[in-house]
Write a protein that binds this ligand. Structure first.
Ligand code: ADP
Ligand code: MG
Length: 274
């Protein structure tokens, strides 16, 4: 098996797309599991009040569980709320609860409201917690929580559903990323675009893939995630498809995407987060 890359210093990768249902959460949990299998030390931060990434990684998240909400409003250190993923030994998760749905309103008057997650990650990573990659799962909006996730990030990974409207909404995301880079986070770079839920039997999927590659020849990862029942049913077992059905097409595609991502992160990691 191919050797995974390891960044020289911890890299925060935010998985974002303000469209819902494009495969953000599925990609976060499966890339996380695949990166751990590749030997990397990974933390997942679930920053969506739905808590789908927490569930998919086998972590119960009733309201009141110490979570990304506490971290976001500055009530807890990230290290205090991390839980071990039962399905993927070594993977640590900052769960999310429904409490996060009220956070944006609470944060409005905070002077560092856009940097709350950045500050939390800075102090966590400063303590040298033995982490190579932090993966952040975002809600389907460009609100204050997503803004925090992009301000905290070194890289953003954009999942795009391989369907007719694939590129729609991307302009808005791109403008947001540019604005954040200019005003709040000059480090922010796009780590890649991941095509998800492709139906390899249809001409449409093929055309959409070609179009995305034409627009973003270097950014689009070579690995394309196929639409598969195995991928969508794994979360109901609190497992990732990478661990639950490691030989399935979906698992293999996520492992290949994780390998590509790790090599990009290794190649592009230099000076670190200083
Ligand atoms: P998002 O986090 O962007 O809202 P999800 O990762 O939750 O998107 O995916 C949306 C829905 O599509 C979920 O029900 C998920 O199980 C399903 N899904 C995601 N990826 C695949 C795939 N490759 N094949 C089949 N179903 C998928
Ligand atoms: Mg999601």
């Amino acid at each position: 098996e191919a050797r995974f890359g390891r960044p020289a210093s911890p890299v925060v990768v935010t998985v974002a797309n303000q469209k819902g249902g494009v495969g953000k959460t599925t990609s976060v949990v499966n890339l996380a599991a695949a990166l751990v299998m590749g030997g990397l030390r990974v933390v997942v931060v679930d920053a969506d009040a739905q808590g789908n990434a927490s569930s998919a990684l086998g972590i119960a998240h009733p309201a009141g569980t110490p979570s990304s909400y506490d971290v976001m409003v500055g009530q807890a250190d990230l290290a205090e709320v991390l839980q071990d993923c039962p399905d993927v030994p070594g993977l640590r998760v900052c769960p999310s609860t429904i409490d996060l749905s009220g956070a944006e309103i609470e944060m409005v008057d905070m002077p560092r409201r856009a940097q709350m997650l950045f500050d939390a990650l800075e102090s966590f990573l400063e303590g040298d917690p033995g982490v190579d990659v932090v993966l952040v799962d975002c809600p389907p909006s460009l609100g204050l929580v997503t803004l925090n996730a992009l301000v905290a990030a070194d890289k953003v990974l954009i999942p795009i559903q391989t369907e007719y409207y694939a590129l729609e909404g991307l302009t808005q995301l791109w403008t947001t990323i540019d604005r954040i880079r200019q005003q709040l986070n000059p480090r922010l770079e796009v780590a890649g675009i991941l095509l998800t839920m492709a139906d390899r039997r249809t001409k449409l999927s093929e055309e959409v893939e070609a179009e995305v590659r034409r627009h973003f020849p270097d950014l689009t990862l070579r690995s394309v995630i196929p639409r598969s029942v195995r991928v969508s049913e794994a979360p109901s077992y609190g497992q990732t498809v990478v661990t639950y059905e490691p030989r399935s097409a979906g698992a293999l595609a996520y492992r290949k995407a994780a390998l590509e991502l790790s090599l990009r992160l290794e190649r592009e990691s230099g000076s670190g987060r200083a």
